[in-house]
Design a protein around this ligand. Structure first.
Ligand code: COA
Length: 432
């Protein structure tokens, strides 16, 4: 059948489409800025029809109304990542959390977490009947390929990204047209601390390196500090507006990349409309599924891969806690370990954990022992560079005593006496 006829036949309203979702199955939502807001709103409005419908996703930039108090009879959120919209629900036990590496999620959708439905958002079809998943290809593509029922919101505001982002109209069981702005993530305010960290990280980056950066003030500060570099490449889980600045400044050219030369490769995007317009129909930027982009065996094929991520605490052995504050789950591993390991295996690769030396209230993020209940995200065997505003510690190859000394040297000066004191218990013969 001609795809145009299929499109017309499957076109419906959000209210009608969500009636096809069974009361108790598992539903994946398009990720982050790709969340189909009109479909999610219709599903929440139809809540009386559901009895414990499981909602799985990573980052939510929407309202996550299904995870609010009072929704328990209809929905149960299973978080694959915990962000500001879902922290409270996880903390209060109204939602579950499933630890997993980002690159494993497509596989989980065909093994432990099979999907009854996927609610996704796509660009309008091109003349061949292909829609683009736009800003989020990640696990969203696997959800489209594997779910028993696929409902797609066709949004003309969704950019048409290149790479592995395309799905054909024939794969969409129901189509809902709804034009709305994508959620945007404004740039972070950069203070002196962030800029000092950014500059220290930038000093570890060489011309021609291939970068992975996360989101937030520290990655933004690193990007802002890279203006003097040449021929940088990007192979990153996500990209944000700072990357656009570096392309326009001629710093990011990807000309020396050993994998996908000449292309910025990512699995999702979060930023402002400027970023979404930049990637629209732009062959410089290619998005692929996360089981490709974040697979350490793929990451390592990029020579000189430098990964830069952040954390909550580092102990004196170099164990990195990035997802919990004590026992409270505030985030998740995301792609941190995927890239730490991929960078370790890349020829000339390096990984950097960058953080402010102190958290709110001036408490040190470098600690003798991680808080009770904290999860280790990057293990002491995987950790490489740790950077704060006070300096750089390269831990690979250092003994436990050498690590303690190096980390105390980049801790907040006020925290150093207590850390040295703790060392007298940890190392009976001292640090020297
Ligand atoms: N002790 C107590 N609380 C702490 C803390 C510490 N040592 N460190 C951070 N916090 C609190 C902050 O105060 C903040 O709480 P609030 O929201 O109530 O203000 C919260 O934890 C988040 O910290 P913040 O500094 O705002 O986070 P960030 O935006 O710099 O992100 C991570 C830091 C670690 C949460 C983030 O980098 C992350 O999620 N990492 C894991 C995933 C990852 O690396 N993905 C890779 C690529 S995208």
């Amino acid at each position: 059948m001609d795809w145009r006829a299929q499109y017309r036949e499957r076109l419906t309203t959000a209210q009608e489409a969500v009636k096809l979702i069974g009361p108790r199955g598992r539903v994946a939502l398009g990720h982050a800025a790709g969340e189909p807001a009109a479909l999610v709103a219709a599903m929440v409005a139809n809540r009386a029809a559901y009895a414990g419908l499981e909602i799985v996703h990573m980052v939510s930039l929407g309202r996550a109304a299904y995870a609010q108090g009072g929704m328990e009879g209809s929905f149960r959120h299973n978080a694959l990542f915990v962000g500001p919209r879902t922290r409270e629900a996880v903390r209060e036990g109204r939602a579950d959390f499933t630890p997993c590496f980002f690159h494993e999620i497509p596989e989980l959708f065909s093994t432990a977490l099979p999907l009854d439905a996927a609610l996704v958002q796509v660009s309008p079809p091109d003349r061949h009947g292909f829609c683009s998943l736009g800003v989020s290809v990640d696990y969203t593509k696997a959800a489209v390929e594997g779910a028993k029922l696929v409902i797609a919101q066709v949004n003309p505001r969704m950019p048409r990204t290149m790479g592995g982002s395309f799905v054909h109209v024939s794969r969409l069981d129901r189509i809902v047209e709804a034009s709305e702005e994508l959620p945007e993530l404004p740039r972070s305010a950069l203070g002196d601390v962030e800029m000092a960290i950014g500059e220290r990280c930038a000093a570890l980056v060489r011309d021609g390196d291939c970068l992975q950066l996360g989101i937030g003030a520290i990655p933004d500060a690193v990007l802002a500090s890279l203006k003097g570099k040449r021929d940088l490449g990007i192979h990153s889980e996500m990209i944000s507006d700072g990357v656009v600045d570096l392309v326009e400044a001629g710093v990011v050219t990807c000309s020396r990349k050993s994998l996908h030369p000449g292309k910025i490769v990512a699995t999702f995007l979060m930023g402002t409309r400027r970023l979404y317009d930049f990637v629209d129909d732009n062959p410089l930027v290619e998005l692929y599924p996360v089981d490709y982009v974040n697979d350490p065996a793929v990451i390592m094929r990029n020579d000189n891969l430098v990964s830069i991520n952040s954390c909550v605490q580092v102990d004196l052995a170099g164990q990195v806690a990035s997802e919990t504050v004590g026992p409270a789950q505030i985030s998740a591993v995301g792609g941190q370990v995927d890239f730490v390991r991929g960078a370790a295996m890349s020829r000339g690769g390096r990984s950097i954990i960058a953080m402010s030396a102190t958290a709110k209230g001036g408490i040190s993020k470098i600690v003798a022992r991680l808080d009770e209940g904290a999860a280790v995200t990057t293990s002491r065997n995987d950790v490489d560079y740790v950077v704060t505003e006070h300096g750089v510690a390269r831990l690979k190859g250092l003994t436990l005593r050498q690590r303690a000394r190096a980390l105390i040297g980049i801790a907040a000066p006020e925290a150093r006496p207590a850390l040295l004191e703790a060392c007298s218990r940890l190392f009976p013969r001292g640090l020297d």
